[in-house]
Design a protein. Structure first.
Length: 281
């Protein structure tokens, strides 16, 4: 199935959580001189227009990045992410929003590389266009990122951050995440892996997290953000979560500040909440 288009959801509360943490992870990796790869198994189009097209139809960004746009009290790590988005909108108007590849690419150093997968026949040409300025630093593959990840591990520099962010159109995507990471760890046990997932009133996300916690890693971090109470009819996404394998040790401390802030800033009702847990190495 290839009906999912992330443009409908660009800049929403889930993007804020995912992209802010992604930016922080890259900043932590940059603290060491050694090069690394950024790998994205489901890269999307790379950049999205907020004031027209798909994103304008539901305007989900008004409950996400728009709520942080003019805040003057942002914690430092959140402020860095928001400033990066603003830099794409030089006139100050909120028109463009970066997908994960364009959150990552400006933060990489010259010696670091991007390896991006996208299967959607419409989004892949857009990704090529939006990443054209990266030149030889980026390698784009039109294909299944779950399968393609195997060919990249272990990466040549023996350092990598991998984002696994499937659309979860099909229930089997949840198990594919677990299987892909189990295989990836046998090939490259020390890599940093970040999984994004939706908070739904279904069993699959919960079962996936339980399985991820059993993987053989030195440490993991699990963070989730709920922006409203679940709907009475059981439909819809009321939040999202991140599961990170081999996280930087300072990230947990950072999230103790930023998650409560995001809960309050993005809350739609009294059901807003967050969860933060870790297994330290």
């Amino acid at each position: 199935m290839l009906s999912y288009r992330h443009a409908f959801h660009a800049g929403n509360h889930a993007d804020v959580l995912k992209h802010y943490v992604l930016a922080s992870l890259i900043d932590y990796l940059n603290q060491k001189d050694k090069p690394y790869w950024y790998i994205d198994t489901h890269a999307g189009a790379g950049c999205y227009q907020l004031d027209a097209g798909y994103a304008a139809k539901n305007a989900e960004y008004t409950g996400g990045i728009a709520r942080l746009w003019d805040r003057k009290d942002l914690p430092a790590a959140l402020a860095s992410y928001v400033e990066q988005v603003k830099a794409m909108n030089a006139d100050g108007a909120m028109r463009l929003y970066p997908g994960s590849p364009l959150v990552a690419q400006p933060r990489l150093r010259a010696e670091d590389k991007l390896r991006l997968f996208e299967l959607h026949p419409t989004d892949f040409p857009l990704l090529e266009e939006n990443l054209a300025s990266a030149g030889r630093q980026a390698k784009l593959v039109k294909g299944d990122g779950f399968a393609g990840l195997k060919s990249l591990l272990p990466p040549a520099p023996r350092r990598a951050l991998t984002l696994i962010d499937p659309p979860y159109e099909e229930k089997k995507d949840y198990q594919r995440v677990v299987d892909t990471l189990a295989d990836g760890l046998t090939r490259f046990a020390t890599g940093v892996y970040m999984v994004w997932y939706p908070l739904l009133q279904r069993s699959e996300p919960r079962l996936m997290i339980e399985q991820l916690k059993q993987l053989p890693v030195k440490g993991w971090l699990h963070a989730s953000l709920t922006v409203h109470k679940p709907r009475s009819d059981g439909f819809g996404m009321h939040g999202s979560g991140l599961f990170i394998l081999n996280p930087p040790w300072l990230l947990h401390e950072e999230l103790q500040t930023t998650l409560p802030y995001l809960r309050d800033a993005l809350a739609l009702d009294a059901g807003a909440s967050y969860q933060l847990e870790q297994q330290a190495s």
